[in-house]
Design a protein around this ligand. Structure first.
Ligand SMILES: Nc1ncnc2c1ncn2[C@@H]1O[C@H](COP(=O)(O)OP(=O)(O)OP(=O)(O)O)[C@@H](O)[C@H]1O
Length: 269
């Protein structure tokens, strides 16, 4: 093959296995995982609890490393966390004694220490406006609702302008209405910014509404990617419209069958 003609995928997970040493001996969480992601794609990852979804995305964020195989971004192996890959967690991970503005400012300052204070403040203001929280910029996390806290976490991640936004079950703790609002906002932010998104969810409807591809993982130990389902609905997406599409139920049933029949878990339905 002519190597000069080979085009590297934007993000690639190549034959990755992860083995944790435990007191009972080596524990293989993931085995032979392969995935390529195009720039700007929105990927959701679904699978039963404990199958290794966070472990997989931690190897993209650079908090964990494969035992075998490689994870590469733009052709370069990921060796550590970096501002090109920002993570949003379910529990927000905000400093409770700092305001929303300050929480985001600290992140911007950590990545751009040489920018002027005025520039950094402008970035923070833009990021807060992006998630519709300008009015609450001076509130501290304990004075905010869960939805507001998650908006701040998303704004903080986006303020760094990452190439890859990694979301680990970001809406899992929110009520249904707030969750739908934040899904809509996330889609808008993604279509305005076009960063690549990798998001763990337990919610098939959320994945069908948001993603271009749904990565379905088999059960652990030694979990792998069982199937990658393309989600073909045109964008911008309208929740009501896609739920009226018969294709929606075909895809939904396929994913449900994967999770609850083909790879049913002992402790779920
Ligand atoms: N540092 C570690 N040492 C040993 N085992 C670990 C370690 N981190 C995770 N595990 C185990 O690896 C498996 C996968 O964990 P992981 O958190 O990646 O799963 P998950 O699919 O994200 O789960 P959930 O949906 O419940 O968040 C679990 O059995 C977990 O106990």
């Amino acid at each position: 093959m002519n190597t000069a003609q080979r085009i590297e995928p934007f993000l690639s997970i190549e034959n990755v296995s992860k083995i944790y040493p435990t007191r009972k001996g080596p524990f293989t969480v993931l085995e032979g995982v392969n995935l390529t992601v195009d720039e700007g794609e929105f990927i959701c990852v679904i699978g039963h609890s404990g199958c290794g979804k966070s472990t997989l995305l931690n190897m993209v964020s650079g908090f964990a490393f494969p035992t075998h195989g490689e994870v590469k971004l733009e052709g370069k192996p990921i060796t550590k966390p970096g501002p090109d890959r920002m993570v949003v967690f379910q529990n927000y991970a905000l400093l409770p004694w700092r305001t929303a503005f300050e929480n985001i400012y600290l992140a911007v300052h950590a990545v751009h220490p040489n920018k002027s204070q005025a520039e950094k403040r402008a970035i923070v203001r833009d990021s807060i406006a992006m998630v519709g929280l300008s009015e609450a910029a001076d509130k501290k996390p304990p004075q905010m609702s869960g939805g507001m806290r998650q908006r701040v976490s998303i704004a903080r991640a986006l303020s760094i302008r990452p190439k890859v936004l990694i979301l680990d079950e970001p809406f899992g703790a929110l009520d249904a209405i707030t969750k739908e609002e934040l899904q809509e906002e996330l889609l808008k932010i993604w279509s305005d910014n076009r960063c690549t998104v990798l998001m763990i969810t337990h919610d098939i409807d959320e994945a069908l509404f948001l993603s271009d591809k749904l990565v379905m993982m088999t059960n652990g130990p030694a979990a792998k990617i069982g199937e990658v389902m393309e989600i073909p609905f045109p964008r911008p997406r309208d929740r009501v419209q896609i739920m009226e599409d018969p294709e929606y139920y075909k895809l939904r049933n396929h994913a449900l069958d994967f999770l609850y029949h083909r790879f049913a878990h002992d402790d779920v339905g």
